[in-house]
Design a protein around this ligand. Structure first.
Ligand code: PEP
Ligand code: MG
Length: 580
């Protein structure tokens, strides 16, 4: 029987395919004491599980996708090394012998011990390695419990499936893109989580916050995912199947129509030129940017360079990534955003990540983390300065909340520049420095910050999170997420006006800019520069090119004074239905 379930559609599109259920949940460990004569048997069972785990990882290593954006090799290598380390091979056996505990229990005790040691390490990178230990232990626990090991599946088994999981980290999503999945659905997550953003930029239909979906489906069930409406249909009947197959055809047709806009200039009907740039996460995303005719990058999220690998990238790796984007752009500007790790962007795909702080989104994230950990930050700074000697590069700082942070960045740029000069390494000391407007304090004081930066970019994902005090990854407060809240619109307006007055460029690279419903409103509020993910690029261009600015400002400014969501929505409808 067919069943329809509702979640939050976070990435548009329709997918029809068989389900692949990911099991990430914590494993319940049975704890019991063994009789003396069964100890040898238990040790043999434990050693056998280790052998199977090694075989699984070795097999995975042979299946690393070609052209992988992710350093799977060192990721798997580290896990294999851990499986050979006496902390995991000998210590649990000693526990079995001394305390007569079963293998699962012994492994659990030893894991807790190791995690404690890692957690006490001051170096945040090393302390984060505890996740690897937990991941390896979880693998062995699953084998001991006789579970089918999800990650031992060959990448081909994901091909053309719809992945359903409790939750996916951004790093998981990055891994999955190589596996040719059609769509994904998760039980948790918010609309502007980085996982959702990645799904949009990869063009994979996705639905989040579909509570308990895994209890309604079985492996290999046929699913329809409607990312537009946030609907999943389990075991669809012929009528639904036919309807959605038609929708897929229609989508394809629409894409072909939009494709014709690829080389058209971006200019409103009244002749105002608008800057339209693209957001990327990896240098490889330049292929998608070129496909849609993008000529500049308004947001390069560099933190993805750090994910799913053992060591952070060194200066040369940074440089190589930046140069490949510069080369692909052929003279177009690339806005490199410095590392924005922390909160929901952790460096590996571990499920059982524990927050390093009670409120990670308010903690040591982005520029705060960078200024605290110069070993992490300086190689990136050096690489950006060096890349800026090779092409038009801008450096953008995320999550700025105080002038002090910008002054510190400027000081570091000078320091790093001095060292590069001494070593006779070419670099550009005049690189443009910009700040993201993501924190209300910053938006309100845009005029003051304008003295310290060359440009601004509004990051609405965080600006909305921090203005409305809602965690962007928490699906349970997603109903509060509202780009049309007058507080958000006022902050956007204040920022645009202040930047214009100070003669500083201002753009928007948050998801609001990629949402077709808000383009005319933002034009009306005075925005003249957008940076959007490649999948949305042509649709946004089409709307800009079909908009007449005359009269838009008057209507848009009205939204700043309306409290009722219904009225704002009505006004938005009027704005969007103005003849183009
Ligand atoms: C934003 O906050 O709007 C933004 C573009 O940055 P990110 O989504 O990477 O936090
Ligand atoms: Mg942000």
């Amino acid at each position: 029987m067919s069943l329809t379930l509702h979640g939050i559609g976070v990435s548009k599109g329709v997918a029809i395919g068989k389900v692949f259920i990911l099991k990430h949940d914590q494993i319940e460990v049975n704890e019991h004491t063994l009789s003396k004569h069964s100890l040898d048997e238990e040790i043999a069972r434990f050693e056998n599980a280790l052998t199977i785990a090694r075989t699984q990882l070795q097999r995975l290593r042979t299946q690393i996708p070609k052209n992988s954006k992710v350093d799977f090799e060192s990721f798997l290598e580290a896990h294999l090394l851990m499986l050979d380390d006496s902390m995991l091979t000998r210590a649990p056996i000693e526990l079995i012998q001394q305390h007569r505990c079963n293998a699962e229990w012994a492994l659990k005790i030893q894991c807790e011990h190791i995690v404690e040691v890692f957690a006490q390490m001051e170096d945040p990178y090393l302390s984060a390695r505890r996740n690897d230990v937990e991941q390896v232990v979880a693998r062995v626990q699953r084998i001991l419990r006789g579970y089918t090991e999800m990650s031992s599946e060959s990448p081909e088994s994901f091909m053309d499936t719809i992945v359903v999981a409790d939750d996916l980290s951004p790093a998981d999503t990055v891994l999955m893109q190589h596996y040719g999945i059609l769509a994904f659905v998760t039980e948790y997550g918010g609309a502007t989580s980085h996982t959702a953003i990645l799904a949009r930029s990869l063009g994979i239909p996705a639905i989040v916050n579909l509570s308990r979906i895994r209890s309604y489906i079985r492996p290999d069930d046929l699913l329809i995912v409607d990312g537009f409406r946030g609907i999943v249909i389990v075991a669809p009947d012929d009528t639904s199947l036919h309807y959605y197959q038609q929708r897929q055809k229609e989508e394809k047709r629409q894409r072909a129509i939009l494709g014709k806009l690829k080389s058209a200039p971006v200019v409103t009907l009244d002749g105002t030129p608008i800057t339209l740039h693209a957001n990327i996460e990896f240098p490889e995303d330049m292929e998608a940017v070129k496909r849609v005719g993008g000529e500049g990058i308004g947001l390069y999220r560099t933190e993805f360079l750090y994910m799913n690998r053992e060591q952070p990238p060194n200066e040369e790796e940074h440089l190589e990534a930046y140069l490949s984007v510069i080369k692909a752009l052929k003279g177009g500007t690339v806005t490199i955003r410095t590392l924005d790790l922390g909160a929901d962007k952790q460096i590996d795909s571990k499920r059982q990540e524990r927050p390093l702080a009670t409120n990670p989104a308010l903690g040591l994230r982005a520029i705060r983390l960078c200024l605290k950990d110069l070993k992490l930050f300086k190689p990136q700074l050096r690489a950006i300065l060096r890349a800026a000697a090779e092409g038009p590069v801008r450096m953008m700082i995320p999550m700025v909340s105080s002038i002090q942070e910008l002054l510190q960045v400027r000081k570091l740029i000078a320091e790093v520049g001095e060292d590069l000069t001494q070593r006779a390494i070419p670099f550009n000391p005049q690189v443009s420095l910009g700040a993201m407007i993501e924190i209300p304090a910053m938006a309100i004081c845009t005029d003051l910050f304008a003295t310290q930066v060359d440009f601004f970019s509004i990051g609405t994902n965080d600006l909305i999170q921090y203005t409305l005090a809602l965690d962007r990854v928490d699906g349970s407060v997603n109903y509060l997420y509202d780009p049309l809240h007058p507080a958000v619109l006022r902050l956007i307006k204040i920022s645009i006006d202040a930047a214009n007055k100070a003669n500083k460029a201002i753009s928007m690279c948050g998801e609001m800019a990629s949402d077709s419903r808000y383009v005319r409103l933002l034009l009306g509020l005075g925005l003249r520069s957008f940076s959007v993910h490649p999948e949305a690029f042509l649709e946004i261009k089409q709307i800009i090119n079909n908009s007449d600015l005359t009269g838009l400002a008057r209507l848009a400014n009205k939204t700043l004074k309306i409290y009722s969501p219904n009225e704002i929505n009505k006004l938005l409808e009027i704005i969007n239905s103005l003849p183009g």
